[in-house]
Design a binder for this molecule. Structure first.
Ligand SMILES: C[S@@+](CC[C@H](N)C(=O)[O-])C[C@H]1O[C@@H](n2cnc3c(N)ncnc32)[C@H](O)[C@@H]1O
Length: 207
């Protein structure tokens, strides 16, 4: 069933008209928990910092990040050209924002030790190569920077259910994500839980 496969693949790789609809829907449905996640970052809000959002999708989190970090420069990568178009439209009134195509499972084109904060909301499920991705994130994160990883599905049960509708590459539970971050050299990893749900924000630091 090619058509159904294409529709369900729009969460992983938004494409065409259905991709645009999916991105606009995700801008709304992910928003509340993403704002909560951003508020777990304990960095002074007025600093002139550089932030990278990986897998920005429809771009709502770039607005949310700028709401909190008002003097930040925002960068974003996403491997979907449709995501890039929609996010550019969403953020058209923002200054100091630089969005481009990029795949975090491959080499990403930023200098090392560039970013104060790197974020990834609802996207790790799809990354083809987690070791490359984490090593690249570590490379471009400043020594005292913060990596925020936010996921709404962190149990096998939920991820198995989602697999019926969405193509997931990584179905990791909370402990597996914690271990993976540690194995990939993030020395400090804090986990925050939203209410009694399985929504988790991981705040990982290199030192
Ligand atoms: C479920 S959407 C989440 C979008 C947004 N972060 C949010 O929370 O609403 C996943 C996004 O990650 C992007 N993505 C998936 N794998 C990626 C990769 N390896 N590198 C960059 N972007 C990726 C997809 O194109 C899509 O825009």
């Amino acid at each position: 069933m090619k058509i159904i496969d294409e529709v369900r693949d729009n969460v992983r790789f938004p494409k065409g008209e259905d991709g645009v609809k999916t991105l606009k829907r995700m801008n709304e449905v992910h928003n509340k928990s993403a704002i909560w996640a951003i508020n777990r970052v304990n960095i002074c809000e007025n600093l002139d910092i550089e932030i990278l959002d990986i897998g920005f999708g429809g771009g709502q989190n770039l607005l949310n990040l700028r709401d909190k970090f008002k003097n930040s420069k925002l960068y974003g990568i996403d491997y979907s050209p449709t995501s890039l178009d929609v996010a550019k439209e969403t953020t058209k009134n923002l200054k100091n924002i630089y969005l481009k195509i990029g795949d975090v499972s491959k080499k990403i084109e930023f200098d090392e030790n560039k970013f104060d904060i790197i974020t990834a909301f609802e996207t790790l499920y799809f990354w083809e190569n987690l070791n490359v991705a984490f090593s690249e994130i570590k490379r471009v994160l400043k020594p005292d920077g913060v990596f925020l990883l936010h996921l709404e599905g962190t149990t096998k049960k939920t991820l198995d259910e989602w697999s019926n509708g969405v193509n997931l590459k990584n179905k990791l539970n909370e402990n597996e994500i914690y271990e993976l971050l540690k194995q990939n050299g993030f020395k400090k990893v804090e986990i925050y839980a939203l209410d009694s749900s399985e929504i988790r924000t991981f705040i990982a630091k290199k030192q």
